[in-house]
Write a protein that binds this ligand. Structure first.
Ligand code: PGA
Length: 243
C-alpha cells in the first residue's frame, strides 16, 4: 500500500503570538494521524509540541553547537522532540546564500540526530525557460544527498518547489509535476536504490488542492502562505487526509 500523504505547513516568519494562539484554537479540535507537520517560527514550536502535533523546524544551523549567535542546532531541535527539519528552502538559498555544500552539511547534522529531513529543491523561472529544470534538479539532489546510505536516505523527503511558483499563485500543470516528481525519484533510485517520497510545494491552496491531489506519484505538499490561515489550511488537510 502507498504511504499516506503528508501536508507540511511552512509558516515562515509569519504570525505574532496572539495570532498563533488563535490559529491553535481553530485547528486543535482535529486529529491528523501523523499526516500533518506544523513548521511555525522556532519561538512558537513549544506550543505545537505541547499539543502533541508533529512539528518541524524551518532551518537548522550548519554547525554542531557553540558560539553561533542566533542559530538553532539539530541536537537542540531533537532535544525538544521535533520530528522534522526543513533544509535548503529556496529562501534560505537565495537570501542567506546557502550553497549545496551547506545544505549537505545541514542534512548530515540532522540525520545524525535522527531528525527527518525535508530537502527543498526547485528551479528558477529563467532556468525553466531555458529548459534547464532537470539539470538543475539533478545537481541539487546529487549534491545534497551524495555520500548518505540508503538507511539514512529513508529519513529524507524531497519537496519539489519551483521557485517561480512560490507565493505567486502560479502552479505547474499536473502532468509537469508528475513528470518532474518521477524524474526526482529516478535520480534518488540511482543514488541509493530507494523509493524516496516527494512533496510538491508552490502556491498550494484550498482551491487547487483537489486538482493537485489527482497526481499519482505525489507523496504530499509543502504549503507556505495557506498554512498561516487556519481555515484554509484545514481545508487542504481535509482533502489530503480524507482522500
Ligand atoms: P507558498 O510557499 O505556498 O506560499 O507558495 C511554499 C513554500 O515556500 O514552501
Amino acid at each position: 500500500m502507498a504511504n499516506k500523504k503528508i501536508v507540511v505547513g511552512n509558516m515562515k516568519m509569519n504570525l505574532t503570538a496572539p495570532e498563533i494562539n488563535k490559529f491553535l484554537k481553530v485547528i486543535e479540535k482535529k486529529k491528523y494521524n501523523n499526516q500533518v507537520v506544523f513548521c511555525p517560527s522556532s519561538l512558537y514550536l513549544p506550543y505545537f509540541i505541547g499539543k502533541g502535533y508533529d512539528v518541524g523546524i524551518q532551518n537548522i544551523a550548519a554547525y554542531e553547537n557553540g558560539a553561533y549567535t542566533g542559530e538553532v542546532s539539530a541536537s537542540q531541535a531533537k532535544s525538544m522532540h521535533l520530528d522534522y527539519a526543513i533544509i535548503g528552502h529556496s529562501e534560505r538559498r537565495e537570501y542567506f546564500k546557502e550553497t549545496d555544500e551547506v545544505v549537505h552539511q545541514k542534512i548530515s547534522l540532522a540525520l545524525k540526530e535522527n531528525l527527518k529531513v525535508i530537502l527543498c529543491i526547485g528551479e528558477t523561472e529563467e532556468e525553466r525557460d531555458s529548459l534547464k529544470t532537470y539539470k538543475v534538479l539533478k545537481k541539487q539532489v546529487t549534491n545534497a544527498l551524495k555520500g548518505f546510505d540508503s538507511k539514512e536516505l529513508k529519513k529524507v523527503t524531497i519537496a519539489y518547489e519551483p521557485i517561480w511558483a512560490i507565493g505567486t499563485g502560479r502552479v505547474p500543470s499536473n502532468d509537469e509535476i508528475q513528470d518532474t516528481i518521477s524524474f526526482i525519484k529516478e535520480i534518488v533510485k540511482g543514488i541509493a536504490s530507494i523509493n524516496i517520497s516527494v512533496l510538491y510545494g508552490g502556491s498550494v491552496n484550498e482551491k487547487n488542492i483537489t486538482t493537485l491531489n489527482q497526481i499519482e506519484s505525489i507523496d504530499g505538499y509543502l504549503v507556505g502562505g495557506a498554512s498561516t490561515k487556519a481555515e484554509k489550511f484545514m481545508k487542504i488537510i481535509e482533502v489530503v487526509v480524507n482522500q
